[in-house]
Design a protein around this ligand. Structure first.
Ligand code: AMP
Ligand code: MG
Length: 404
């Protein structure tokens, strides 16, 4: 059996980023991965401007102590600069975002001055030279690398690109990912389940998880537990896709044909990970396509997808893969666990009555209980050697927000 970390690094080392690129307008680039670094083509702010409503003055006019008086010679509003040079003894009425006129380098807040006709009065020793200004390039400096290659673009990134006047970026092409379910017991949503049949939920969770990741999806439906049919499906899926994902049929039950089929038509790399839910996972290649054979149990599908498949897909998308965000919090439930495997139990992070961040269990942890995933907002990650957790003990949690 492989540890989860071994499995992930093994998988990551065997997949390559795709080579295709696309040039997209920044609105279409949300959630896409940069194929090239982006450097700032301008300074932000592009000019030194006021951070306050007030008066732009020369810092040198603060040299003397006591009450000072300056003559207001004009106005600088955002988008309407004052065009002349300000001389000593003069100042300019200025508003937030207004360009600091030539000859000035300091802003007095309007609350700090007394207006007296065309003049203002203020206490010089209460003011600091160069206060309340946003200096040219203080947010982003011209030429600095803003984003490295491999950055997945967030809403803030899209706005930041716009603030630099960057309208288009190069992103990696979308991955083509096909998936299907295996199992004679599976029933489509538009049919009535016969005795012993269940609805196929895995294709829907897979669809949703892949959709969020921003890949091109092809849903190949349900394949019966018939080796020839599994083989035909795998071969045709591998021809048109970068990645093929199946669920079910990877354990050692009588009707588990996925692993055998893969061995026959492709390369099979391994199939047991010391994790729960989700111990069986088949990884391999069929022609050029990367293949993941996920377990059948619905929670195991999500667990193995998030822990093992998603990092691989991110790497193929050209993204820089970081370990998931995990931190310790007290657990307010008693937990039990089998030794020798890492368990990803389902937890609910919340604030207790004292306002402290704690986690509680969703309850029963059977890997067929998809409702536990739906109630949870985090995994409680229990290490291999742990066998139980007492109330109040610290546990490691991995919030779902980080899972995209
Ligand atoms: P398997 O790995 O094929 O033995 O499946 C393990 C368990 O997961 C069985 O109880 C299956 O009925 C269930 N299962 C397999 N595929 C699906 C699916 N697509 N949707 C819901 N449950 C499934
Ligand atoms: Mg099955």
């Amino acid at each position: 059996m492989l540890t989860v970390e071994q499995a992930i690094s093994h998988i990551i080392s065997r997949v390559q980023p795709v080579t295709g690129q696309q040039r997209l307008s920044i609105r279409d680039a949300l959630g896409r991965v940069l194929a090239a670094p982006v450097s700032a083509p301008i300074n932000v702010p592009a000019f030194t401007c006021s951070a306050m409503d007030g008066y732009a003055i020369a810092g040198a006019d603060l040299a003397q102590t006591g009450e000072q008086s300056l003559n207001v010679v004009g106005r600088s509003l955002a988008g309407h600069p004052f065009e002349d040079v300000v001389q000593s003894g003069q100042c300019v009425r200025i508003f937030t975002g207004g360009v600091l006129p030539e000859g000035t380098d300091t802003v007095l807040m309007q609350e700090a001055v007394t207006v007296d006709g065309d003049n203002i009065r203020f206490q010089a020793e209460q003011q600091q030279p160069q206060q309340f200004i946003n200096r040219v390039g203080s947010d982003v400096q011209l030429g600095t690398e803003l984003f490295p290659q491999g950055k997945r673009l967030s809403p803030a990134d899209i706005g930041l690109l716009a603030s630099l006047g960057v309208a288009e970026v190069w992103v990696t092409r979308r991955l083509r990912v096909a998936f299907f379910s295996t199992g004679d017991e599976l029933c489509a949503l538009d049919s009535q389940p016969k005795a012993g049949q269940i609805y196929d939920s895995n294709r829907y969770t897979l669809f949703a998880m892949l959709q969020r990741l921003g890949v091109e999806i092809s849903d190949l439906g349900v394949v019966r537990d018939v080796p020839d049919e599994i083989e035909a499906c795998l071969l045709s899926a591998a021809e048109n896709n970068d990645v093929v994902i199946s669920s079910g049929g990877v354990s050692v039950g009588e009707a588990d044909y996925v692993t055998d089929t893969l061995q026959r038509i492709g390369e099979m790399e391994f199939w047991k990970i010391a994790m729960r839910p989700g111990r069986p996972l088949t990884f391999g290649k069929i022609q050029q396509a990367v293949f993941f054979g996920l377990p059948g149990n619905p929670v195991a599908v999500m667990g193995t997808f998030y822990q093992c498949v998603q990092p691989a897909l991110r790497r193929m998308l050209g993204e820089t893969v970081k370990p998931p965000l995990r931190f310790q919090v007290p657990c307010v439930s008693t937990l039990t666990k089998m030794p020798d495997r890492v368990e990803f139990q389902r937890g609910i992070l919340h604030h207790d009555e004292q306002g402290q961040l704690v986690v509680r269990s969703t309850g029963k942890q059977n890997s067929n209980m998809l409702s536990s995933m739906s109630q949870a907002n985090c995994f409680i990650v229990l290490p291999e050697n742990c066998t139980h957790v007492e109330q109040g003990e610290q546990v490691l949690v991995e919030p779902f927000e980080g899972l995209i």
